[in-house]
Design a protein around this ligand. Structure first.
Ligand code: B3K
Ligand code: ZN
Length: 885
């Protein structure tokens, strides 16, 4: 496939102002009649009109009602010389939804018809200038069998509906907001809706609807509550009201990602809509809240102001992730619950985005080049993009940020713009901020790939009471970027004395101390900051509080320093981080020395103290008492041996299970939730901690041949009144390889055989189970043959396959290479069905160069075997080629 470059951007040669579409719906063959009102872009010379089309069967083309000469060249329909500067173009074509296993364009799922158009799916419905800067007003008529498709939906408002002959009916929708084609959607299916009217601040009433299959209605309450909360929040925090008379969410079983923000008609993976106490975990409830919010927030950041071209994807995605993160923090409430959310977000960033930025798919937040845009819906564009927005927020403050958003909408509402325009609005609204002063430096974050490294070195001078912090930053080369310039880093810091007391901060040149925390702004490769008036020379710095910049920090703190931070830091993030770093240090040591891996006594005691500390929230304790994941550590170490890492971490878990046994038993009892299930931050923290405690207790019991805790876990699994406890209990059994794991798995399957989303969990928990002697991998291969397994449903495929490659390094990376052989076979198999899903899965070996031998050579061989397949899709081809580059 050709490379598409950002620098080649040209405005379109034609504008499509209106699109009148009519669908004669049928799963085998749907007829699409399109009438487009087109104007030539008169700022350019006259050029041919080129429309995108993919997998379409063309029936006819008319210009102003007359036939016209046209040609088809590859995936383009070209009309060489349209007669006038303004004309109508009528096209008729057919598509086959039931043959569309890619789930992009118009496709069938469970008897209904659904669309997915972002990024380039609209061209799989009809011929169009399928690019985000072409915005049209859509009027859509849907005609179909009334029994099969009682519900007919599209964007905007319903303007007409009625009966037709032969048991058919129709509905006509009009969306008054001009929109790019990627936001177009239709649904034709047998669904029912939960409905709710809400009044926004201006006094307008709006209808909210959540469409699901009959029988799922009782699982939509949480999604509806999340939607209402999102509407209220966006109006309160950013003065952004709901602009639609009707806002619809439709849940669909077969969906390539989480959800899609089509104007007024969001389509959702059922996973992010349906929840009941019996079937969904706290994590699921949280996921629903944040995805519903994310898609709703896109209505302004994405739909009202959209992207000029796909290189600007982070303009809407980074900003909208930031907004949904802030929303979830505000919903969580307390300062501690906010910190817990921040820790979760940083974990995601470091486990997904950092490895991406250090591997073959490394790309800037605003990429310069791509082959298949679907490959760039990445952790970098989303999560790192959100960190860029968060840094701006840190630099201009909460009020300044709101002002920047205000100016952004004032300037660009209704337009398709670039990342530059967002940054400029933020800077212009805050002219005295460090962001405005160093805007060009800040914008390097959009342009440079790779995770910057920040090295900090502190020096005290006892006599003068000075403490000098020397900072230096660097960034390693990445593809196409041999040299990198320094970034603007907002570094939130505090200084503690040896007893953990916060010290007043006064920089050299300042008249008086200004509190115990501040943000240093670094813009150069090397910079020093000198604090004065310190009462002690024994200073422990707490740097990068709240993870104020997405960098790899090396501050040279000793384990003793980290123990001080872990016990006393007022910044909850850094308190957690200190515990993680002690864990990382121990794991690193285990990888370099041959003796039995152990955690040192002081660290174990510090963990015990933390677990017992009555002033800390259980959610925080659960995070602090969880050792750094194998995935995170693998990214920090070169030449990684996944088997050794797994063995070391397992040994340390055994040690923690045994050394803290009495404490785990105490925590398990002490933090039981009493009273009915609520999916809130407080209760979910308690459940998370009791589940961790139970896992530790079962682990220790199985290791020492004791049956009491496994028996209790099995009982809890059987009797649990909610899915979080049930899943926690069965995972404790499965991960410890307890004998009772087998009957528990059988029972869970029998209980939930008709609940697709629970079956996904059943597959996933086996896919990510702690490996022991190859048993887990063998079971995964066996589960491929299970009657409930299918590659055709993305959730199911992800549950089993992605759990292995993305979450279970020890089961995947085997010395006999069987994991890689399995991976290659599945990439090839999946690619023939669903290229977008396959290219995601293909990324499972992104970091092969970081592996030790024999893994590295075997991984390379597997990738090369996939590369040798001539029939690979463009999506998967790009990933595989980059992996080998
Ligand atoms: N914008 C969509 C993602 C579309 C992915 C296309 N391959 C969902 C979201 O980010 O909200
Ligand atoms: Zn999004």
């Amino acid at each position: 496939a050709p490379l598409i470059r950002r620098e080649d951007y040209l405005a379109p040669a034609y504008w499509i102002r209106r699109a009148d579409l009519c669908f004669d719906l049928d799963a085998t063959k749907t007829i699409v009649s399109s009438k487009l009102t087109i104007e030539r872009n008169t700022t350019q010379d006259v050029q041919p009109l080129k429309l995108h089309g993919e997998d379409l069967n063309l029936l006819r083309v008319l210009v102003d009602g007359h036939s016209v000469s046209f040609r088809q060249e590859g995936a383009l329909l070209i009309i060489d010389a349209p007669a006038a500067d303004a004309f109508t173009l009528e096209i008729r074509n057919t598509v086959s939804p039931e043959k569309n296993t890619q789930l992009s364009g118009l496709y069938a799922s469970g008897g209904g018809l659904y669309t997915q158009c972002e990024a380039e799916g609209f061209r799989r419905i009809t011929f169009f200038q399928d690019r985000p800067d072409v915005m049209a007003v859509y009027t859509v008529t849907l005609r179909g069998d009334k029994k099969k498709y009682p519900v007919l939906l599209s964007n905007g408002n319903l303007v007409e509906q009625g009966e037709l002959d032969a048991g058919r009916h129709y509905a006509k929708w009009h969306d008054p907001f001009p929109k790019p084609s990627y936001l177009f959607a239709i649904v034709a299916a047998n669904l029912v809706a939960r409905e709710q009217w809400v009044r926004t601040r201006s006094g307008k009433d709006h209808l909210l609807q959540i469409f699901v299959k009959r029988g799922d209605l009782d699982k939509t309450e949480h999604a509806m509550n999340s939607l209402i909360a999102s509407i209220v929040w966006d109006e309160a925090r950013f003065k952004l009201p709901l602009d639609l008379e009707r806002f619809m969410i439709v849940a669909v079983d077969d969906f390539n990602m989480g959800a899609m923000e089509n104007k007024g008609l969001n389509l959702f993976n059922t996973k992010f809509v349906l929840a009941s106490t019996a079937t969904a975990t706290d994590v699921d409830f949280d996921g629903i809240e944040s995805v519903v919010a994310h898609e709703y927030f896109h209505n302004w950041t994405g739909n009202r102001i959209t992207c000029r071209d796909w290189f600007q994807l982070s303009l809407k995605e980074g900003l909208t992730v930031f907004r949904d993160q802030e929303f979830s923090m505000d919903m969580a409430g307390s300062a501690s619950a906010r910190a817990v959310r921040r820790i979760g977000d940083v974990r995601t960033l470091r486990e997904r985005q950092f490895p991406e930025d250090g591997g073959p798919m490394a790309h800037p937040v605003r990429p310069d080049v791509y082959q298949a845009i679907d490959n760039f819906y990445t952790a970098t564009v989303y999560e790192k993009g959100a960190e860029l927005v968060r840094m701006m927020h840190t630099l201009v403050g909460r009020e300044g940020f709101a002002a920047g958003m205000g100016l952004y909408f004032e300037r660009h509402d209704g337009q398709a713009v670039t990342c530059d325009e967002f940054a400029q609005a933020m800077a212009d609204a805050n002219p005295h901020s460090a962001l405005a002063q160093h805007l060009d430096v800040f914008k390097r974050w959009y342009a440079q790939a790779g995770t910057p490294r920040l090295v900090a070195h502190g020096e005290s001078d006892a006599e003068s009471g000075r403490y000098t912090l020397r900072l230096s930053q660097s960034n390693t080369p990445s593809a196409g970027q041999p040299y990198k310039q320094p970034n603007l880093l907002p570094i939130a810091i505090g200084l503690l004395d040896r007893n953990g007391q916060p010290l007043q901060l006064q920089l050299e040149g300042e008249d008086a101390p200004a509190g115990t925390e501040r943000v240093l702004v670094m813009t150069e490769a090397e910079q020093s900051f000198t604090f004065i008036g310190l009462p002690t020379a024994d200073v422990v710095p707490s740097l990068l509080r709240g993870f104020s910049a997405p960098v790899l920090l090396k501050d040279g703190l000793s384990d003793a320093d980290l123990l001080v931070l872990m016990a006393h830091d007022t910044d909850a993030f850094n308190r957690w981080e200190a515990a993680q770093r002690l864990g990382v240090n121990a794991l690193r040591a285990a990888l370099t020395h041959d003796d039995t891996p152990v955690l040192d006594a002081a660290f174990v005691e510090a963990l015990r103290t933390l677990l017992r500390d009555p002033s800390l929230d259980p959610a925080f304790k659960e995070l602090a008492l969880t050792l750094p994941s194998e995935i995170y550590v693998a990214d920090l170490v070169e030449n990684i041996d996944p088997q050794r890492l797994h063995a070391a971490r397992e040994a340390m878990l055994d040690q923690l299970a045994s050394a803290l046994q009495a404490d785990w038993a105490w925590a398990f009892e002490h933090y039981q939730v009493r009273g009915g299930y609520l999916p809130n931050a407080e209760q979910s923290g308690q459940r998370a901690l009791t589940n961790l405690a139970l896992a530790m207790l079962v682990r220790h019991a199985v290791a020492s041949g004791d049956n009491v805790w496994p028996g209790r876990a099995y009982q809890r699994f059987k009797d649990a009144s909610n899915m979080t406890d049930r899943l926690g209990a069965i995972e404790a059994l499965v991960n410890a390889h307890a004998e009772l794991a087998t009957p528990a798995l059988e029972r869970m399957h029998a209980l939930f055989k008709d609940e697709a989303l629970v079956l996904d969990k059943w597959f996933a928990l086996q896919g990510r189970a702690a490996e022991r002697g190859g048993k887990v991998f063998a079971r995964i291969k066996q589960l491929m043959q299970h009657p409930d397994f299918t590659l055709g449903n993305p959730n199911r495929a992800r549950a089993l396959l992605f759990s292995l490659t993305a979450m279970n390094p020890a089961a995947f990376h085997r010395t006999d290479a069987a994991g890689y052989v399995f991976w290659a076979d599945r990439v090839i198999e999946l690619d023939a069905i669903n290229p977008q899903l396959a290219s995601r899965f293909a990324r499972g070996l992104d970091r092969w160069r970081n592996l030790a031998e024999p893994y590295r050579s075997a991984a390379r061989e597997a990738i090369a075997r996939v590369a040798a397949k001539p029939e690979l899709s463009g999506d998967t081809r790009e990933i595989i080629d980059r992996a080998l580059q």
